[in-house]
Design a protein around this ligand. Structure first.
Ligand code: DGL
Length: 274
């Protein structure tokens, strides 16, 4: 049984769990429905049209399952699909429902985080090439400079459960060095992909100690808390049973094992086709 009006949390795969964990820590009273499109992950190397199509399918399914509010806990989907869904699809589907992303709340934090305005971004090729971060940062902090580094190997390492293995070290070191070669003055590094916190320890070890490494989970959780405070009508429509259910387009046992490992809790997932 799925709770009547859970908050939907969507990602291409496991990465959104890093956001869900922080959201549940901050807002444990709500019901949640997590959907990982693991069968079609990674999204980061897919074209704009495909990411938009897959994301819309997921959002529509979460709506059909009762969600009135869906968080795209995925930078690639936020970069390539969020705006079109908000502007073109929501008015047609149901203007009272909402879809929120992770890029804007993350960028809003930068003024507090960076002392010198030199920002580094790690992201999927899709996120980096969309220039969504550059555009948001230019709007809010025009004096800041941003250097972005695509990390096409990091999501496959996570999805294939290789993030903790020594083989991952090479690809972490490689992309960190490329980013800092492009701007040695970077003082704030954004993990602009929700999968990357699963590589946090390795990334932290390679990034110069003087630079902060910022994961998005808590930022997104605080932003959602603030959103619900400012929109009591929406908050009132989300059910509060404290439950969390997991759906995956892949094998549910495989998903459950990884999610349990990561969330430190027993997770039972169900299969869903989109
Ligand atoms: N976790 C996602 C992100 O934040 C997508 C990773 C992928 O599927 O490539 O970008």
């Amino acid at each position: 049984m799925i709770a009547s009006c859970p908050i939907g949390v969507f990602d291409s795969g496991y990465g959104g769990l890093t956001v869900l964990r922080e959201i549940r820590r901050r807002l444990p009273q709500y019901d949640y429905l997590y959907l990982g499109d693991n069968a079609r992950a990674p999204y980061g190397t897919r074209s704009f049209d495909v990411v938009y199509k897959f994301t819309l399918e997921a959002v529509e399914r979460l709506f059909a399952l009762g969600c009135r509010l869906v968080i795209l806990a995925c930078n690639t989907a936020s970069a390539k699909a969020l705006r079109t869904i908000q502007q073109n699809d929501l008015p047609r589907i149901d203007p009272r429902r909402r879809v929120l992303g992770v890029i804007r709340p993350t960028v809003e934090e930068l003024g507090r985080l960076s002392a010198n305005g030199h920002i580094g971004l790690f992201g999927t090729p899709g996120t980096v090439r969309s220039h969504s971060y550059d555009m948001e940062i230019a709007k809010l902090y025009p004096a800041f400079t941003v250097k972005s580094q695509e990390c096409p190997m990091w999501v496959p390492l996570v999805e294939n459960r290789e993030a903790g293995d020594p083989g991952a070290d090479y690809f972490v070191r490689k992309y960190v060095d490329m980013l800092f070669d492009s701007d040695p003055m970077i003082d704030t590094v954004l993990l602009g992909c929700t999968h990357y916190p699963l590589l946090y320890g390795k990334i932290r070890d390679c990034v110069p100690a003087s630079a902060k490494v910022v994961a998005q989970g808590d930022i997104v959780a605080r932003s959602l808390e603030d959103y619900l405070r400012r929109h009591p009508d929406m908050a009132g429509r989300c059910s509060m049973g404290g439950t969390c259910r997991y759906l995956t387009t892949e094998n549910p046992d495989k998903f459950g094992d990884m999610a349990s490992l990561f969330l430190g809790d027993d997770v039972e997932a169900a299969h869903i086709d989109l």
